[in-house]
Design a protein around this ligand. Structure first.
Ligand code: PEP
Ligand code: MN
Length: 360
């Protein structure tokens, strides 16, 4: 992807407001449902209508999409509202059908990006067209796999490309359905600053109350757009009910979101500062997360020591840890004085945790 500037051209050509807002239901359910949502979205900031026609489900037995029939509904929604349309394609047959029905933007889903064979098949099916394609990150936190999919499309002469950050699956569940792992899109941006980057807060969050904050973080990190699952009756959606919001909520949200403007010296300074501060916030979050996990391990050690009737403080082990961390700190350009201070504090907190376990 040497000639990266061209990657941004489609976004500029569309002359859509910044950020690009893509909205619509997780799944097209019925013609009425899709048209109703499209009309409700028409007067919001959303300029592209999304709807899943073929739904890749992790487990069988869930709604798997209405299939090709839904493409006609998307076409009709486009005619009636003037919105652009987008849907997920997961094989060459989907691509052919989507092209026949004039879908404006195709996206490749997280479960497809993981498979170079299928991405290649899709790339071949698209060769010779000027379609815009958005590539969702793979399920697993692997930047090369994500970029590899983009490269396969680019090699097939697809130049209108963008990426969608939808979070990464983790075995250990936390408040997110898919962890944002912001460091990965931040790295991607550093390597390909001209590749349009869109946030899918819905699949990261898995629940609607987290969507606003995710969108604000993304805008502070200079993302180019948002793709938000939207339904007039979210609770009764046939798929991903907990994470969908109404077109009305989307409208209010885009008013409240702070969008960093892109002009002027002072604005540029503030933008840069905000971006850097958001990166620091991401790091702080990771630090606390790691510290929390470290203390949980200390608790387990506490239980072991209690069962064995062993003293909490093991001076020899502590000196070893400290020595190792001072050396490792040097590699990261962290002074010995700093390492001593933070490790004394961490060690003290560990002891407190173990004491609690032992006296319980
Ligand atoms: C979707 O956008 O509805 C979808 C299935 O997303 P993902 O591929 O990110 O899971
Ligand atoms: Mn969905």
């Amino acid at each position: 992807m040497e000639n990266k500037k061209e990657l941004r051209t489609w976004l500029n050509k569309m002359e859509l407001a910044h950020p690009l807002v893509i909205a619509g239901p997780c799944s097209a359910e019925t013609e009425d449902q899709l048209l109703k949502i499209a009309h409700q979205l028409k007067n919001t900031d959303a300029t592209v209508l999304r709807a899943g026609i073929w739904k890749p489900r992790t487990r069988p037995g869930n709604f798997e999409g209405v299939g090709a029939l839904g493409l006609k509904w998307l076409q009709r929604a486009k005619e009636e509202t003037g919105m652009l349309t987008t849907t997920e394609v997961a094989n060459a047959n989907h691509v052919d059908l989507a092209l026949k029905h004039d879908v404006d933007i195709l996206w490749i889903g997280a479960r497809t990006t993981v498979s170079p064979f299928i991405v290649q098949e899709i790339a071949e099916a698209l060769r010779g067209t000027d379609k815009t394609v958005l590539v969702k990150n793979p399920i697993n936190p692997d930047l090369s796999l994500w970029l590899g999919a983009v490269e396969r499309l680019h090699t097939a002469d697809i130049n209108n490309l963008g990426v969608i950050h939808r979070g990464f699956s983790a075995y250990e569940k936390n408040k997110y359905r898919n962890n944002p792992e912001w460091q990965i899109p931040i790295d991607l941006q550093a390597r390909f600053p001209d590749l349009p980057l869109i946030l899918d807060p819905s699949h990261i969050a898995g629940r609607r109350d987290l969507i606003f904050d995710l969108c604000q973080t993304a805008l502070d990190l200079n993302f180019d757009g948002l793709m938000v699952e939207t339904h007039y009756d979210p609770d009764n959606a046939w798929s991903d009910a907990a994470q969908q919001i109404t077109p009305d909520t989307l409208d209010k949200m885009t008013v409240d979101l702070k969008i960093r403007e892109k002009v002027g010296n002072e604005v540029e300074y503030t933008n840069k500062l905000n971006t850097l501060r958001t990166k620091i916030d991401v790091m702080d979050h990771q630090l606390l997360d790691a510290l929390g996990k470290r203390m949980k391990i200390a608790d387990e050690i506490g239980t072991l020591k209690k069962n064995q009737n062993v003293a909490i403080l093991q001076t020899k082990r502590w000196n070893e840890v400290l020595g190792k961390m001072i050396l490792e700190g040097e590699e990261h350009k962290l002074s010995e004085e700093f390492i001593l201070k933070i490790y004394k504090a961490i060690h003290q907190e560990s002891i407190n945790h173990q004491q609690k376990v032992i006296s319980s």
